[in-house]
Ligand binder design. Structure first.
Ligand SMILES: Cc1cc2nc3c(=O)[nH]c(=O)nc-3n(C[C@H](O)[C@H](O)[C@H](O)COP(=O)(O)O)c2cc1C
Length: 235
């Protein structure tokens, strides 16, 4: 990009992104969470299909997070049906007068009380869904200026139609974007700590019957909750 610096790029993207929310600094975020003594862990389902296997999996993950401590509140956000355009992150505006749904998500993402974020994506050809990619690209608006995702804890869930369908590589791909936002990445915790939650939706009866996968999902929920509490200083 000749004559177009990285700073220009980010500034343009943010302007075009028009993320309305006031972004709160990590220091303020930490103080607010600590003073209330309660924190929030949210999960974002990046499946195009509302209420299907990725959403069901994240429900289990959040339940495990909630069960770790009464200080934890949870919320599941499904991106299915939302219009999120990756092009805006690159500074390519939507047609005049049009706005998509990403700015509506910003207040929740930047909320100081939200200390843990779990991203769940279906595996598409060994990688994240296009919806997940667009969402992560648009998070550049949070990265700009105040790094509103900084020091929030993140974990990743990948749901594939086959047992070894690329879940781990998908998790790593999502994690790279989250590292760029200064998030604190955790994998699934004990038993058998690994990269994140790896789930098979092809089991008879669906994801909830994938015993091995559900072990990783619950362990991830607990791990995100545990580290979120510690980072917020309320454990
Ligand atoms: C375009 C496309 C590509 C897919 N590629 C993979 C894949 O590489 N590996 C895999 O295990 N499953 C693959 N799947 C299956 C989905 O990951 C699986 O059905 C998943 O449960 C969908 O999540 P959902 O029920 O939340 O929509 C693919 C599905 C689609 C539509």
């Amino acid at each position: 990009m000749q004559g177009f610096s990285r700073r220009d790029f980010v500034r343009t993207s943010v302007t075009a992104g028009a993320a309305a929310a006031t972004v709160v600094s990590p220091t303020t975020a930490q103080a607010t969470a600590s003073s209330e003594g309660r924190i929030k862990v949210i999960a974002i389902s990046c499946s195009h299909r509302k209420g299907k296997s990725t959403a069901a999996t994240l429900g289990v993950c959040l339940q495990a997070a909630k069960e770790l401590s009464p200080r934890i509140e949870t919320e599941l956000i499904e991106l299915a049906g939302l219009n999120i355009n990756g092009c805006v992150a690159a500074g390519v505006p939507l047609p005049p007068g049009q706005q998509d749904d990403f700015p509506k998500l910003v207040p929740t993402l930047a909320d100081p009380k939200v200390r843990g974020i779990i991203i769940g994506t279906p595996v598409y050809f060994g990688n994240m869904s296009s919806l997940c990619r667009a969402f992560l690209e648009r998070c550049i608006v949070l990265y700009q200026d105040k790094f509103a995702l900084s020091n929030k804890v993140a974990g990743v869930v990948a749901v594939g139609g086959t047992r070894n369908g690329g879940q781990e590589v998908t998790i790593q791909s999502v994690q790279i974007s989250l590292f760029c936002n200064e998030m604190i990445l955790v994998g699934n915790g004990r038993p058998g700590p690994r990269h994140g939650a790896t789930v098979w939706s092809g089991a008879e009866g669906g994801v909830l019957k994938d015993e091995i996968g559900m072990t990783t999902v619950k362990a991830l929920g607990r791990r995100v909750a545990e580290v979120s509490l510690r980072v917020a200083g309320v454990s």
